[in-house]
Design a protein around this ligand. Structure first.
Ligand SMILES: NC(=O)c1ccc[n+]([C@@H]2O[C@H](COP(=O)([O-])OP(=O)(O)OC[C@H]3O[C@@H](n4cnc5c(N)ncnc54)[C@H](OP(=O)(O)O)[C@@H]3O)[C@@H](O)[C@H]2O)c1
Length: 222
C-alpha cells in the first residue's frame, strides 16, 4: 500500500507567524500567491487541515481561482468538534469531506456528520494524543489518494514534521511583520544545526510581493 505524497503549504510573515495574536490569518499573503495556492490545490488529490483551522477560519478548501476539480477535504478532528455549519460540511460540501477522528469521538457527533454526507474515519490515537497521522495517511492511501496538500494550522504542521511525514513544502513568505502570534513550526525534536530538515533543489519564486519557497525534503541530510 502506498502512502500519499505530502506537500506542506502555508503562508507566513517575515517573522514566521501564520496568524496574528487574535488568530486572524486571512490574508497574510497577496492575491498572486493565493492564485498559486489554488493551482497547488487542484494538483493534489486531497487537502488536509486541522480542526483548529476549521473552527477559526471556516475555509471552503475548494479550487476557485483557477480551473480544476476540488480535491477531497480531510479534517483532522479527534473528537469531531467541526460544526455542521462549517463550510466544509454545509450545502452538500460534506460529500467531499473526510473527518479523521479517534474512538474518543462521541457517537452522536459521528452520526450527525455522517447524516450530512461526510465520511468519518476512526483511527488509532497518537502516542502524543490526537489522531495517529501516519495511520491517517495510510488510510488515505488505501482509498486511492496519492497526494495530500496540508494547509495548516500550526499544530498539524508541527506534528507532521515532527513525525517526518512531509515530503515537500511550498511555503509562502509575505513581506509583513506581526511580532506576535502563532509560529508555523514548533518543536520538532531538533536540537542542533546538523539535524536541520533541509530542502533539495529549493526554488524561490516571486508572486506579487510574496516569495514561495518550494522544495523536496531530504531527511537523509539532516
Ligand atoms: N497562514 C496560513 O497559511 C494558515 C493556514 C491554516 C491555518 N492558519 C491559522 O492557524 C491557526 C489554527 O492553527 P491551530 O494550530 O490552532 O490548529 P490546526 O493545526 O488547524 O488544528 C489543530 C487541531 O487538530 C487536532 N489534531 C488531531 N490530531 C492531531 C495531531 N496528531 N496533531 C496536531 N493536531 C491534531 C487537534 O484538535 P483536537 O484535539 O480537537 O482533535 C488540534 O488542536 C488559525 O489561527 C489559522 O488562522 C494559518
Amino acid at each position: 500500500m502506498m502512502r500519499p505524497w505530502v506537500t506542506l503549504s502555508f503562508a507566513q510573515t517575515l517573522d514566521g507567524r501564520v496568524a496574528a495574536l487574535d488568530g486572524s490569518s486571512q490574508w497574510i499573503s497577496g492575491p498572486e500567491s493565493l492564485h498559486f495556492c489554488h493551482r497547488l490545490r487542484a494538483a493534489h488529490a486531497a487537502i488536509m487541515v486541522g480542526v483548529g483551522t476549521v473552527l477559526r477560519d471556516d475555509p471552503r478548501l475548494t479550487v476557485r481561482l483557477v480551473a480544476g476539480r476540488d480535491p477531497l477535504r480531510v479534517i483532522v478532528d479527534t473528537t469531531l468538534r467541526a460544526p455542521l455549519t462549517a463550510a466544509v460540511i454545509r450545502d452538500g460540501a460534506a460529500g467531499g469531506t473526510i473527518l479523521a477522528c479517534t474512538a474518543a469521538a462521541p457517537d452522536v457527533r459521528r452520526k450527525a456528520l455522517q447524516d450530512c454526507g461526510a465520511t468519518v474515519l476512526t483511527l488509532p490515537e497518537a502516542v502524543a494524543g490526537g489522531v495517529d497521522l501516519a495511520a491517517l495517511l495510510d488510510a488515505l492511501g488505501e482509498r486511492g489518494i496519492d497526494s495530500v496538500m496540508v494547509e495548516g494550522g500550526a499544530r498539524l504542521i508541527t506534528s507532521l514534521l515532527r513525525e517526518r511525514l512531509v515530503d515537500a513544502v511550498a511555503i509562502t513568505i509575505a513581506p509583513i511583520i506581526l511580532g506576535a502570534g502563532p509560529i508555523a513550526i514548533g518543536d520538532i525534536g531538533i536540537t542542533t544545526l546538523t539535524q536541520a530538515i533541509r530542502l533539495r533543489n529549493a526554488t524561490w519564486t516571486n508572486y506579487g510581493a510574496d516569495v514561495v519557497v518550494e522544495g523536496v525534503i531530504d531527511y537523509e541530510s539532516g
